[in-house]
Design a protein. Structure first.
Length: 485
């Protein structure tokens, strides 16, 4: 335990002694103390300045606002003020947008950020060292500090790739400190996101989830400054998941209790559907609704897709990982889902043995769609960019805040360089994004009006510190686990 974490515990203890009346302020103290933890962000977040992005190719992703071959975007107090061909303002900071595509940041709708540290341990080609057994084993050894460092590493990669919103699928909440550590990393990095509070690795399947802990996080952290929202990540339903215990399994009766508890708190739910589909079982139990996100759309029947459409359930596809699975567990059903009118969004899943690369994710979806379906169901490159931006915001129920360059929405914006070797010369910008772009082309990343990356470098996060602390934490886990097993 580091010195700063000890002082945090002392503060928590002190708050308890003051009694129930100050319990809420004790939680605030806990939040503030975590921010001073050893694995801090490096520097305070940049202020929200007023500026104009000038002369970019502007892709609004708003059906009511036309794209611009050359246009400007005005940002003030963290919000988009105007989008137009030429915005003339005096005494204002100009961000040069020529040679860039200006678009909404990517919205990543399912990511197990806490497993980012496991890269030295996971192997893509050795089943015993696959993602599930490794994360299940090492997850049980993680301290809150490890959780912070792992989540921070994942978010640093997210921002580098142009992701401005991330759904943190946190199914290793081993204690209140672990929850606070993950949330602190999200806050310290300045990213927008949902924290979906889950069970802990190794937790027995018949143990209900910690709804008191969820309620505490809601009191202590929400709404904060509006960047973070809260939900729960549920264990799988019915049949065992791939690899068994990593995400746990609930009977439908237990799901009613866990999900009912979340819904009583007004919180959305996310659950994986790997393996036999639980959709009809959930429908019969009356558990489907617009506050539910399913993950991995591989095995749905036409009947199930019709049910999902009616219930307003969304489905997150993580094509980079899904494309590695044997076809026997199902194929990525993007075309079928879109044709059925089901809400779909895009996600990374994890970055232990592949990267966060929304461009590659779109590319894989397009390739597999062409491979399986082709012109039978139309899929445009623009539709894929919409999937990676606006549709993600719809899935996470924050479309009023982000997902498009719409005046009044928060300024979550990226600039993608079109002069790099791998992408230039650019014709249709959507074609360039889906067929050619890479994370290294992401020049500038703005979240809630804060410029978090510019010229491909972090403005506040200390790159070297994030790397060093991740390496140290992985090395400590190696020793603790007596690796190899
Ligand atoms: Zn997942």
């Amino acid at each position: 335990m580091t010195h700063s974490r000890m002082s945090r515990r002392t503060m928590l203890k002190g708050a308890t002694a003051l009694g129930a009346l100050v319990a809420a302020s004790g939680e605030l103290l806990a939040q503030q103390a975590v921010s001073r933890s050893a694995a801090g962000p490096g520097a305070p977040l940049p202020p929200r300045r007023e500026f104009v992005i000038r002369g970019a190719t502007v892709l609004t992703m708003d059906p009511d606002i036309a794209d611009l071959d050359t246009g400007d975007v005005h940002v003030r107090d963290g919000a988009i003020v105007a989008v137009g061909p030429r915005i003339e303002l005096t005494n204002i900071q100009i961000i040069e947008g020529s040679g860039m595509i200006c678009m909404p940041g990517f919205v990543d709708t399912h990511w197990h950020l806490w497993t980012s540290l496991f890269r030295p341990f996971v192997r893509a080609d050795v089943n015993a060292l696959g993602y599930f057994p490794v994360s299940n084993r090492l997850g049980q050894l993680m301290t809150p500090e490890d959780s912070y460092r792992s989540v921070m590493l994942g978010i640093a990669e997210a921002l580098s790739a142009g992701v401005t919103t991330v759904h943190n699928w946190a199914h290793n909440v081993r204690s209140p400190d672990h929850a606070d550590a993950e949330l602190s990393a999200m806050r310290d990095a300045g990213i927008r996101g949902r924290f979906s509070y889950g069970p802990a690795q190794g937790m027995p399947d018949d143990q209900p989830m910690d709804l008191d802990g969820v309620a505490r996080v809601k009191r202590a952290w929400m709404p904060g400054d509006g960047l973070l929202t809260l939900g729960i990540s549920s264990r799988n339903i019915g049949a065992m998941s791939i690899g068994g215990a990593a995400r746990g399994t609930l009977t439908i009766e237990m799901a009613k209790k866990d999900w009912g508890g979340a819904r009583a708190l007004g919180l959305p739910i996310t659950v994986h559907t790997s393996g036999p589909s639980p959709i009809k079982m959930l429908e019969e139990a009356g558990l489907l609704g617009p506050d539910l996100q399913l993950v991995h759309p591989l095995l749905t029947t036409p009947e199930e897709r019709a049910i999902l459409k009616v219930r307003g359930v969304s489905y997150s596809t993580a094509p980079t990982g899904e494309a590695r699975r044997p076809a026997s567990v199902g194929v990525i059903q993007l075309g079928e889902l879109l044709e059925a009118g089901v809400k779909v969004s895009l996600s990374t899943d994890h970055t232990t043995n592949y990267n966060c690369d929304p461009f590659v994710a779109m590319r894989i979806l397009f390739a597999l769609h062409q491979h399986r379906i082709s012109d039978k169901i139309s899929l445009t490159v623009k539709r894929l960019v919409q999937l990676a931006t606006r549709d993600g915001a719809v899935d996470l129920a924050i479309a009023e805040k982000t997902g498009s360059l719409t005046p009044g929405k928060r300024a979550d914006i990226i600039l993608v360089r079109t002069t790099d070797i791998n992408i230039t010369p650019v014709g249709d910008p959507y074609e360039a994004l889906v067929s050619l772009a890479q994370p290294t082309n992401v020049d500038t990343v703005i979240v809630d009006g804060r410029i978090l990356r510019q010229s491909g470098k972090f403005a506040a996060l200390d790159h070297a510190k994030v790397v060093r602390e991740a390496q140290e934490a992985a090395a400590t886990l190696r020793t603790k686990a007596g690796w190899p097993m």
